[in-house]
Design a protein around this ligand. Structure first.
Ligand code: C5P
Length: 231
C-alpha cells in the first residue's frame, strides 16, 4: 500500500465547518479521515456521506459498546452510511454483535484493544487484574477467533500482537507522534516510520496535523520522514 494511503487524519474538531475547512486545506494530500465522537456529537455524521462522495474513505470511530442487539443494529446503520472502518470496544460480546451487524456490507470492524492513553497503572485503577500487554493479546486472540477485520492497538504492542495472531487482522495504530511533537494525553507512542516498520497497516494521526499552523505541510513532513526511513 502507498505510504500516503496509510495515513488516516483524525478530524477531532469542534464544528463541521472546521472539519470541512481542514479537509479542504489537506486536499489531495490525504485520502482517509477519521470521524470520532467529538465531531459526531457536533453534527458530523452527514460528513461521512459527503466525504465518501468526494472519493475519500471514512473511519467512523464510535467505539461502540452496548448490549448485543443494540450494537448489531447500530453497526448495520453505520454500514448504511458507507464508512470503511467502524470501531467497537474489544469485548467478545460486542465484537460478535458488530460482526453480525456488518454482514453483507463493505464496512469493516476494528476492535479497540486498550486505549493508547492507558498504561498498567490506569488499567489497575479501572479494576483490571492484568497489565496492558496481557489484555491486548487476550483481546487480539478473541478478535481473531470471532473473525472481525482488524484491531486498534498501540504501535508499541504490534510486535507482540503479530507474534500471537500472525498477519490475519489489519492493525490500525493511534498514538502516533512525529519526531519532536507533543505527546498530549498519549502515553504509548511511536513515530510514523517506526510504527509502519513495526507492522502497522494504517496510522491514525490527529493533533500533530490538525493543530499544526500549516496542516498540509505537517502531512508532507510526516510523509517525507516516512519515505526517508527504509520501511
Ligand atoms: O490527536 P491524536 O493523534 O492523539 O489522536 C488520536 C486519535 O485516535 C483520537 O481521535 C483518539 O480518539 C483515537 N484513539 C486513540 N487510542 C485508541 C483508540 C483511538 O488515541 N486506543
Amino acid at each position: 500500500m502507498a505510504l500516503k494511503n496509510r495515513i488516516i487524519v483524525a478530524l477531532d474538531l469542534p464544528t463541521v465547518y472546521q472539519a470541512e475547512k481542514m479537509v479542504e486545506t489537506l486536499g489531495d494530500a490525504v485520502s482517509f479521515y477519521k470521524i470520532g465522537m467529538e465531531l459526531t456529537y457536533a453534527g458530523g455524521l452527514p460528513l461521512v456521506k459527503s466525504l465518501v462522495a468526494k472519493g475519500k474513505k471514512v473511519f467512523l470511530d464510535l467505539k461502540l459498546h452496548d448490549i448485543p442487539h443494540t450494537v448489531e443494529m447500530a453497526t448495520a446503520r453505520v454500514a448504511d452510511l458507507g464508512a470503511t472502518f467502524l470501531t467497537v470496544h474489544a469485548y467478545p460480546q460486542t465484537m460478535e454483535a458488530a460482526h453480525k451487524g456488518r454482514k453483507g456490507t463493505d464496512t469493516q470492524i476494528l476492535g479497540v484493544t486498550v486505549m493508547t492513553s492507558m498504561d498498567d497503572d490506569d488499567l489497575k485503577r479501572a479494576g483490571y487484574a492484568c497489565g496492558v500487554s496481557e489484555l491486548v493479546i487476550t483481546r487480539a486472540n478473541q478478535a481473531k477467533n470471532i473473525g472481525i477485520d482488524g484491531l486498534i492497538c498501540s504501535a508499541t504492542d504490534i510486535a507482540n500482537v503479530r507474534k500471537s495472531i500472525g498477519q490475519t487482522l489489519k492493525i490500525v495504530t493511534p498514538g502516533i507522534r512525529p519526531t519532536g511533537s507533543d505527546f498530549g494525553d498519549q502515553k504509548r507512542v511511536m513515530t510514523p516510520a517506526d510504527a509502519v516498520q513495526a507492522g502497522a497497516d494504517y496510522l491514525v494521526i490527529g493533533r500533530p496535523i490538525t493543530n499544526a499552523s500549516h496542516p498540509r505541510a505537517a502531512v508532507e513532513a510526516i510523509m517525507a520522514e516516512m519515505s526517508a526511513t527504509k520501511i
